[in-house]
Design a binder for this molecule. Structure first.
Ligand SMILES: [Zn+2]
Ligand SMILES: [Zn+2]
Length: 262
């Protein structure tokens, strides 16, 4: 199983000389294994994704905030491929999901009617998809604590487990559910947008802290953790400095990072 981080910035893409190392693209993660290419969210990092013509491509959405969908129309390969690309979310049914994407990329907001332009985007019910793929891999979801809702996903293939927990405002009441959900994960992506101090005034935005990620990692049976969804104000020097305090097995996500955990 190979993960590529294409976008790990939260809220809005940035481009500054102080953010070159960790990058400025918003949420997009690509997981490759066997005959599958799974993409989690299509923030601006989605522009970098090559559509793999020899694998089944499925896009899973955690939720519909701008930073998790805004790159969908900007991957030129989407317009050139003839193959079907499946789209699903455990947060909404297929018609709701399709309508949300349609509204975002049409009318007042976008020059093209994206859904009409890309008939090969096939929206599917999460539960139907889950049944279809169950002989190849196992997927589960968990509702997270985020304004408007969000879902985390876990993928298990040949006893290797990947878990994505974006976006989530950690609350201690979530602990046992989250612990069970991530148990035995080889890799967990954690929403660490804020620091402990910042969280005091920014709790309303629906995100967790770096320190909560470290604490959670220490209490759970997880091999590795990527702390991601970096605040747009977070500069490389701050993350580098903070990296020195991270326990073994925990690192900050950065655009272009590849993790092979098979
Ligand atoms: Zn977000
Ligand atoms: Zn969000």
């Amino acid at each position: 199983m190979k993960l590529t981080v294409h976008g790990c910035r939260g809220s809005i893409p940035i481009s500054t000389p102080q953010s070159i190392i960790y990058g400025g693209n918003t949420s997009c993660y690509e997981l490759i294994f066997n005959d599958y290419q799974l993409i989690f969210d299509t923030g601006t990092g989605f522009r970098q994704v090559s559509i793999n013509e020899s694998k089944k491509t499925i896009i899973f959405y955690s939720h519909w905030h701008h930073d998790h969908i805004q790159g969908l129309a900007f991957n030129s390969r989407l317009y050139n491929t003839k193959k079907d690309i499946f789209v699903s979310s455990a947060l909404n049914n297929k018609n709701e999901s399709k309508n949300i994407i349609h509204q975002y990329f049409s009318g007042f907001y976008f020059p093209l009617e994206l859904i009409n332009k890309l008939p090969n985007l096939k929206f599917v019910e999460f539960n139907d998809l889950k049944k279809d793929i169950k002989k190849d891999f196992k997927i589960e979801f968990l509702r997270l604590n985020h304004p408007g809702g969000s879902v985390g996903y876990s993928i298990i293939v040949d006893e290797i487990k990947f878990t994505l927990l974006l976006d989530n405002e950690y609350d201690p009441s979530q602990f046992s559910n989250l612990q069970e959900f991530v148990n035995d994960s080889n890799l967990v992506v954690w929403d660490g947008m804020f620091t402990k101090e910042e969280l005091i005034t920014k709790g309303i935005w629906g995100h967790s802290s770096i320190e909560q990620g470290i604490d959670f990692f220490n209490k759970c049976n997880i091999k590795n953790m990527l702390i991601s969804h970096h605040d747009p104000l977070r500069v490389d020097d701050q993350l580098d400095l903070f990296s020195k305090k991270l326990p073994k097995g925990v690192q900050f996500a950065r655009d272009g990072l590849k993790v092979d955990f098979t």
